[in-house]
Write a protein that binds this ligand. Structure first.
Ligand SMILES: C[S@@+](CC[C@H](N)C(=O)[O-])C[C@H]1O[C@@H](n2cnc3c(N)ncnc32)[C@H](O)[C@@H]1O
Length: 350
């Protein structure tokens, strides 16, 4: 059976959307907002094991749609809230979240509308369980997600893990221009750690990260700010603001030359090295011997020089096959909001 789905393909990949949808076997119905596609797709939706799924930032089965122009509709919030309660009131979602179809600061109207609609719907809705904080959701329990934009209202019930994000649309806003920001890469690890909660419990404070390709240190500073210890390796220098940072050891060398001390073990590994992705992954595999069983690896798969989706798929296929053959089990591969044309891959040491 096929159903309607809302599929978000990041704007960065907009030119590839037809190819991605065809790869997923999705029949396009309508483009919505800046990067959503309303499609017909065979149940149970986006096949997570498809190599095209990594181009889908977030997805939702559409169980209720109201195509209309909310801005021109008298009493939109009240009518929409009542319709949501009629349709989903008996479904016991863990929470109810509403977001805008148009993302970004350029569209404050729909951001406010989403907030108002959520507020009114919560007043009318049967009492929800105590979980109201987006980040406190059980990643595997059903949530009611609603998206509202100039094309109308689209709602569905799906677990955050199946939707591929805790927030409606998947984006967690992370400030990138605070005065203390060392590099924009900091937002990537902040988002990656948030995303990982869909699949794994959080690492305890004090956990020790090995970080490859750390300079200038945006990610390092994010890890330290969370109370983790970090051994950072790079051939370039770290930002001087990290001089004497508590919990940080810095090894200035080529990663290929780096050898941890005898018996030294890490709880997690992060690699954001630039250059050839296969060479970076070889270093990750070599150093994964110093990780405990079940330790998590966060790897930015960069497609330097790789342009088309077919080439990205080919690079990914080779990387994942090599990792699997080297004892790294895939947890997830995704495109995060703060990624460029690259993917974040999460592995676990078997
Ligand atoms: C994109 S930057 C990393 C940004 C960093 N994650 C941050 O948060 O600021 C890539 C880094 O990888 C380092 N790198 C690439 N190949 C390397 C190698 N073979 N050995 C050591 N460092 C390497 C570069 O020197 C560069 O600093």
């Amino acid at each position: 059976m096929t159903s309607s789905w809302l599929i978000r393909i990041p704007e960065l990949f907009a030119e590839f959307a037809p190819e991605v949808l065809a790869g997923l076997g999705a029949a396009p119905l309508k483009k919505l907002g800046s990067d959503y596609h309303l499609v017909q797709l065979a149940d149970p939706g986006v096949p997570r094991d498809s190599e095209w799924a990594k181009f889908v930032g977030w997805n939702l089965p559409v169980h209720h749609a109201w195509p209309c122009c909310p801005q021109k509709m008298e009493g939109f919030v009240e009518k929409a809230a009542q319709a949501i309660c009629r349709k989903f009131g008996a479904r016991n979602p863990q929470t109810l979240l509403v977001g805008p179809l148009q993302s970004g600061a350029a569209h404050p109207y729909y951001k406010h509308l989403a907030t108002n609609l959520r507020g009114r719907t919560l007043q009318l809705f049967p009492p929800l369980p105590a979980v109201q904080d987006v980040e406190a959701q059980d990643p595997t329990a059903p949530s009611l997600f609603c998206l509202v934009g100039k094309e109308g209202l689209f709602c569905g019930i799906q677990s955050p893990r199946d939707a591929n994000g805790f927030y409606p649309g998947g984006t967690k806003f992370i400030r990138q221009n605070a005065p203390e920001t060392i590099s924009r890469a900091g937002a990537k690890i902040a988002e990656a750690l948030h995303y990982l909660k869909l699949h794994r419990p959080e690492l305890p404070e004090g956990a020790h990260w090995l970080e490859l390709g750390a300079c200038p240190g945006g990610m390092t500073s994010e890890l330290l700010a969370r109370g983790f210890r970090v051994t950072a390796v790079d051939k370039a220098p770290l930002d001087p603001r990290l001089n004497d940072a508590a919990g940080l050891k810095f090894r200035r060398t080529d990663v290929a030359e780096y050898q941890p001390a005898d018996g030294e073990h890490f709880d997690a590994l992060l690699c954001d090295m630039n250059g050839d992705a296969r060479a970076s992954l070889r270093q990750v595999v070599r150093l994964s011997k110093h990780l405990g069983k079940g330790a998590v690896i966060v790897f930015t798969l960069k497609g330097a020089g790789v342009e088309s989706p077919a080439e990205m798929n080919e690079l990914t296929r080779a990387a994942l096959a090599y990792a699997a053959a080297s004892g790294l089990a895939l947890i997830a591969i995704t495109h995060l909001t703060y990624n460029r044309r690259e993917f974040t891959v999460f592995f676990e040491r078997r």
